[in-house]
Design a protein around this ligand. Structure first.
Ligand SMILES: Nc1ncnc2c1ncn2[C@@H]1O[C@H](COP(=O)(O)OP(=O)(O)O)[C@@H](O)[C@H]1O
Ligand SMILES: [Mg+2]
Length: 325
């Protein structure tokens, strides 16, 4: 179903992602180890709502190297999307610092503090959302070209780049089709192609295959592996699937129940290039799965407890309210 508010926010996100945050070279940032792409230092995020404060993230810290593929898993509501939105500059952390090392120049470090739109430069980040965020009024090719057009890339070059990624995701025959003519999987492939065509320094993916059926998910994981292994772009991929994290990632960050922070980081030392179907039967894969599930299941149970006590409190409040009359 087409939801205009969703499309509106997708437009807003893409526009914002065409821009850059302020560039600052703080002495602190210059002490980052060589090869660092992202450094998240002690960030917290508090949302203030009418019902009170929600602490989404608390004292979260980690580093990501240039060219690394990092997956993030955590119970639902633990702050994964919030973290990604902060990295994309769509949300501002309440405390702590986010450093992003720009290009090959380790002396130019961005801090995520508000965005401005610049038309001519390469975007720092591109985001792929779980829900389909392709524009219904544009064809596949126009969707893939969108970020490039916003940056003023000339038509011929734009077309060449778009064709390249459309071919890579196997949609060449659908380049001129509109989203309503496509399946859910095809729309997600279009979003992935658009993110790569944008040529961001960092790819941010928020459960992009979460809504797909198993067969389409495996196909898309394989396609993403192939495209990524050709580009080795720094990527952060949020998923609720441990399998998916192990298939794609160099490392997996496991988050705690809310307030979200890093519970553990697991190295995925499975060789590349990877084949989705071969991986799952390897003993090393199964060992890693067990390790991650051991950590994650504790947090999922905590989240359940939290939800139960919230429900109980709400019920008590309702009955207090009734007995007052
Ligand atoms: N804009 C917002 N205003 C208020 N609360 C929010 C907002 N965005 C997220 N939250 C809350 O912050 C917590 C983390 O949300 P989110 O990052 O979406 O979690 P996840 O992606 O891990 O499921 C949740 O409790 C959610 O309700
Ligand atoms: Mg989320």
């Amino acid at each position: 179903m087409y939801d205009s508010s969703q499309t509106h926010s997708a437009v807003e996100n893409i526009l914002k992602n065409a821009g850059h945050s302020s560039v600052r070279s703080s002495p602190d940032a210059l002490r980052l180890p060589a090869g660092t792409k992202i450094a998240v230092r002690d960030i917290s995020k508090v949302f203030r709502t009418r019902a009170g404060k929600i602490v989404a993230l608390e004292h979260m810290s980690f580093m990501i190297r240039e060219g690394e593929f990092v997956c993030v898993v955590g119970p639902s509501g633990c702050g994964k999307t919030t973290l990604l939105r902060i990295l994309a500059g769509l949300e501002r952390q309440t405390a702590g610092k986010v450093y992003i090392v720009k290009g090959d120049n380790e002396r130019t470090v961005m801090t995520r503090e508000g965005s401005t739109i610049s038309r001519d430069s390469r975007p720092l980040t591109s985001i792929v959302f779980q829900e389909q965020s392709v524009f219904p009024w544009l064809t596949v090719k126009q969707n893939v070209e969108y970020g490039l057009r916003m940056r003023g890339v000339p038509g011929e070059e734009r077309s060449r780049i778009a064709d390249h990624y459309i071919k890579m995701i196997g949609l060449a025959e659908f380049a001129n089709a509109y989203p309503h003519q496509l399946s859910g999987g095809m729309k997600q492939r279009t979003s992935v192609a658009r993110a790569f065509a944008n040529d961001p320094e960092i790819l941010l993916l928020d459960e992009p295959f979460g809504a797909l059926d198993e067969q389409n998910r495996v196909l898309l994981q394989q396609e993403l592996l192939r495209i990524w292994e050709g580009s080795r772009k720094t990527a952060i991929f949020i998923t609720h699937s441990i399998d998916e994290a192990l298939i794609l990632g160099d490392r997996v960050i496991i988050m705690t129940a809310r307030p979200g922070t890093v519970k553990a980081i697991v190295d995925v030392d499975l060789p590349r290039p990877r084949q989705v179907t071969d991986l799952k039967s390897q003993p090393a894969f199964l060992d890693l799965f067990r390790t991650i599930w051991g950590q994650l299941s504790e947090e999922v149970l905590k989240t359940r407890e939290l939800e139960r006590s919230q429900k109980d409190r709400a019920r008590t409040r309702r009955s207090d309210h009734r007995s007052a009359f």
